[in-house]
Design a binder for this molecule. Structure first.
Ligand code: KIV
Ligand code: ZN
Length: 551
């Protein structure tokens, strides 16, 4: 890279529009959508779609709700032409769907394009020629006047052939290609020259498409360009202004949204942003962004997974895991604090305590588009105690009391830190077992018996202390109180029980109970212990010994 990039690159000149209106507007309804998947998207594939793949994608686009679909560039190849003919001859387009075809301003290509449309019910003929200074200079070596003549001739050749399409409802569309890199004054002049030929009226409008063919500036600049055209072009009310953005600076969606604020009424784009280079505008994102604001996008993504499946199979492309709304991971939370917030938000939502969606970290309800919220709990040295507890509970049914979570969390984190990697739920369970259940020194249980009379429980215990037999006897209002008494009487450690809980273990070889006990010693130390046994009384005795062994 250059130390001083200004020697090689220059800033894009902004449009002078001090009284721009678009920043004060908000979007309130869906635009007209036109899918260019079968053209702009298809021509950018390593292996372009064959006719049956195009047919399948066409049908999927229709099912999704697109009413305008650019089906290709029929004069470009036999496959494209044949695809057009099949759609028309097999009557595959519903009455209300417009088939759009793209053509350059060349007479032979226009002739073939018109032929490809014979018998269609409704069609949009989309004429384009490139208008930016670089294209005029480098590609065409033509003056502004000559570039206008190209557009005008193209418009006239189309007009001359319209009588041959009698019976077909026709809409005409013109694109000054590379519009966003063109001087707005020149874009206006060439568009008006085309309008002069086609003579659109408010009743019979033409589409003026303003392509951001290659993004060269920030989206606010594109919005200014669109607003400038909308305000300055003659007979604006005879036009449907359309935006067609690409994504070179990664702002295709923003440019389209701002272009709509600036006065555009129609949007061209592709599913998931497929297209040349960094792709076209992703229509799914813009539509679902509207939906997120409570606006009916007039496209149906109820089963987004099926749409992704068809798209990936037909195009050979993959929807990236982080693609807005559609990516595999966008409704997955990895972080403990996010998971906690989402769970709370979803609970509030399920309990019907809100009318409008307001769940932290989830922009829309994933179930609206056939997706699911997922949690991925991984424990690494930065994870909180919540992740550890969640894994033990969800995988093994081990429900650690909150206070024990606080004790075990840092112990687990230290261990994970030593291993220098994430650990699995099974490894966490091993750590818990090692720390709480597998300690046998100094105390080990050999035998514990109780008898109860008149509410008094007496116990006898045989224990090993560092391998030597110790016998205890005590009494109290329960087996644990009796055990504590027995220790005191025998001059063992003096402690009291400060917390207790137990539950059945769900399954597995220890189909048994687990008890958690917290003790506090006479000198103020607190420790948790845990014990597992098929007998709940023995599980709690083991838990007491576990706590003593951890002093
Ligand atoms: O990106 C573009 O400029 C185009 C035009 C043909 C509309 O795809
Ligand atoms: Zn394009």
């Amino acid at each position: 890279m250059h130390k001083n990039p200004s020697k090689k690159y220059r800033p894009f000149p902004p449009v002078s529009l001090p009284d721009r209106q678009w920043p004060n507007r908000v979007l309130s309804h869906a635009p007209r959508w036109c899918s260019v998947d079968l053209r702009d998207g298809n021509q950018a594939l390593a292996v372009p779609m064959n006719v049956s793949q195009k047919l399948e994608l066409f049908q999927t686009l229709v099912k999704t709700g697109f009413k305008e679909i650019e089906i290709g560039f029929p004069s470009a190849s036999n496959t494209e032409f044949a695809f057009n003919r099949r759609l028309i001859e097999e009557n595959r387009a519903p009455e209300d769907v417009w088939l759009q075809v793209l053509v350059q301003a060349r007479e032979d290509l226009i002739e073939r394009t018109v032929e490809s449309l014979l018998g269609a019910k409704r069609a949009i003929i989309h004429l384009y020629n490139s208008t930016s200074p670089a294209q005029r200079r480098v590609v065409f070596s033509k003056s502004e006047k000559e570039i206008i003549e190209v557009a005008v001739r193209g418009a006239q050749w189309i007009k001359d052939r319209l009588p041959r399409l009698k019976g077909t409802e026709i809409l005409l569309q013109y694109s000054p290609e590379s519009f966003s890199a063109t001087e707005v004054e020149f874009a206006k002049e060439i568009s008006e020259a085309v309008m002069e030929i086609w003579q659109p009226t408010p009743k019979r409008k033409m589409i003026l498409n303003l392509p951001d063919t290659v993004e060269v500036a920030m989206p606010n600049v594109y919005a200014d360009q669109v607003e400038w055209i909308c305000r300055n072009i003659k007979n604006r009310d005879s036009l449907v202004v359309s935006v067609h953005t690409h994504n070179d600076r990664s702002t295709g969606v923003a440019a389209t949204e701002l272009g709509l604020l600036a006065g555009a009424e129609r949007v061209e784009g592709t599913l998931f942003g497929n297209g040349e280079r960094t792709g076209n505008l992703d229509i799914v994102t813009v539509a679902l962004n509207l939906y997120q604001h409570g606006i009916d996008p007039k496209l149906d993504f109820t089963d987004l997974n099926s749409l992704i499946e068809v798209y990936e199979r037909c195009t050979g492309m993959t929807v990236p895991a982080r693609q807005p709304y559609a990516g595999e991971l966008v409704f997955t939370a990895f972080s403990g604090s996010h998971q906690d917030a989402i769970r709370k938000g979803l609970n509030e939502w399920k309990e019907n305590r809100r009318t409008h969606w307001d769940v932290p970290y989830l922009t829309i309800d994933p179930t609206d588009i056939g997706r699911e919220y997922r949690e991925v709990i991984r424990v690494n040295s930065q994870s909180g105690k919540g992740g550890v507890a969640y894994l033990l509970e969800s995988q093994f049914g081990i429900e650690l009391p909150k206070d024990l979570q606080r004790e075990f969390g840092p112990i687990a984190n230290d261990e994970v830190d030593k291993r220098g990697r994430e650990v699995t739920a099974a490894e966490l369970k091993q750590m818990f077992w090692k720390e709480y259940l597998e300690r046998t020194a100094p105390w080990q249980l050999k035998k514990f018996e109780t008898e109860s009379k008149n509410g008094i429980v007496k116990c006898r215990a045989k224990l090993l202390r560092d391998g030597k037999l110790v016998e205890l006897a005590g009494q109290g209002n329960g087996p644990l109180a009796a055990l504590v008494h027995g220790f005191n009487k025998a001059g063992g450690p003096r402690f009291e029980i400060t917390a207790y809980s137990e539950h059945a273990l769900s399954s597995g070889e220890e189909a048994a109970a687990i008890a958690y006990i917290q003790i506090k010693t006479a000198d103020g130390k607190s420790r948790w212990g845990a014990g597992v046994d098929t007998n709940i009384e023995l599980a709690s005795v083991r838990a007491v010994l576990s706590a003593l062994n951890r002093l």
